[in-house]
Design a protein around this ligand. Structure first.
Ligand code: GTP
Ligand code: MG
Length: 277
């Protein structure tokens, strides 16, 4: 199949060492049916860390890439090493992509490697999504990491999703724009009603998101603030897309690469995000 430019995405996975990029890539590849089984770092059989040195050291040394075919799109995705000694190589890859996913551990939060790649992506003016990853891990804390990111990285970071459960109870996400909730079975998304106990949180975070998106567009802001008219779903999506592209906002998503939870949503989001015009 031939892909038009509008169906192609070129993106890079960035983040501190051990923030889960290679394992996330494993789930992305699995969902896109590029591999039949998901490998692990411990077994040394991941698609991206395939060199003897990487298998031996149990971390990425080289950038590796693979296309992901998803819903009539071709997403070229580069997995990069987070280890500081190899960061020079990472910088070069930023020249050939249009967007970045910055992986942050839901347990460790901000680490020096994240601060580095954040600076690089700003220098390169790359549209950037932030993924609060490893949501299944003991002591994972989405809200703590989210607040920390807003305070110390950028006030323009804003949640597009909130998690359903955390650590061993992490089972899915609520999409704040669409107003939908999702749980996962072997990576496959199943739509559910927003659970009753999440209604208040959903409303609170959705309102913050709408406000933030509206602030990037005078026309929508005026309607929203002065006339109290909420933007339509279409307006929200278009305005969000432009704001992400212009680096006015940096959306937060959450997932567990290891358990393959909310990874297929990420693929959907990437097909939606036309980074370049
Ligand atoms: N619980 C849990 N563990 C994870 C997850 N993702 C990765 N891990 C573990 O965290 C460790 C590091 O994962 P990697 O995927 O190699 O991290 P990375 O960001 O590619 O690391 P570098 O390539 O060194 O920068 C491994 O032991 C993984 O099994 C996750 O979603 N949940
Ligand atoms: Mg890696």
């Amino acid at each position: 199949m031939k892909y038009k430019t509008s169906q192609i995405r070129n993106i890079v996975l960035l983040g501190h060492q051990g923030s889960g990029k290679t394992i996330l890539m494993e789930s992305l590849l699995y969902n896109a049916k590029a591999i039949e089984r998901r490998g692990t770092i411990e077994d040394g059989n991941t698609a991206m860390d395939y060199t003897p040195e990487e298998i031996e050291r149990k971390n990425s040394i080289y950038s590796a890439s693979s296309p992901l075919y998803w819903k009539d799109h071709k997403i070229n995705c580069i997995d990069t090493p987070g280890f500081m000694d190899f960061i020079a190589e990472v910088r070069a890859t930023l020249k050939v992509v249009e967007g970045a996913i910055l992986s942050v551990s839901a347990v460790s939060g901000i680490e020096v490697g994240l601060e580095k790649v954040w600076d690089y992506t700003r220098e390169e003016k790359l549209a950037s999504l932030i993924l609060i990853n490893k949501m299944d891990k003991e002591n994972a804390n989405f809200y703590k990491v989210y607040e920390e990111l807003k305070k110390n990285i950028s006030k323009d970071i804003i949640a597009f999703q909130i998690p359903i459960g955390e650590s061993e109870k992490f089972k899915g996400v609520i999409d704040l724009i669409e107003g939908s909730a999702w749980t996962f079975d072997n990576g496959e998304a199943k739509r559910i009603d927003i659970p009753q106990e999440y209604q208040a949180k959903y409303k609170e975070y959705r309102e913050k998101l709408i406000e933030k998106i509206a602030e990037t567009n005078d026309k929508i802001l005026e309607k929203y603030l002065l006339e109290g008219i909420e933007p339509t779903l279409e307006e929200l999506k278009t305005t969000a897309l432009e704001a992400i592209r212009d680096e006015k906002i940096f959306p937060i998503f959450c997932a567990s690469g290891y358990k393959n939870i909310a990874v297929s949503n990420l693929l959907d989001i990437l097909t939606f995000l036309r980074f370049s015009l």
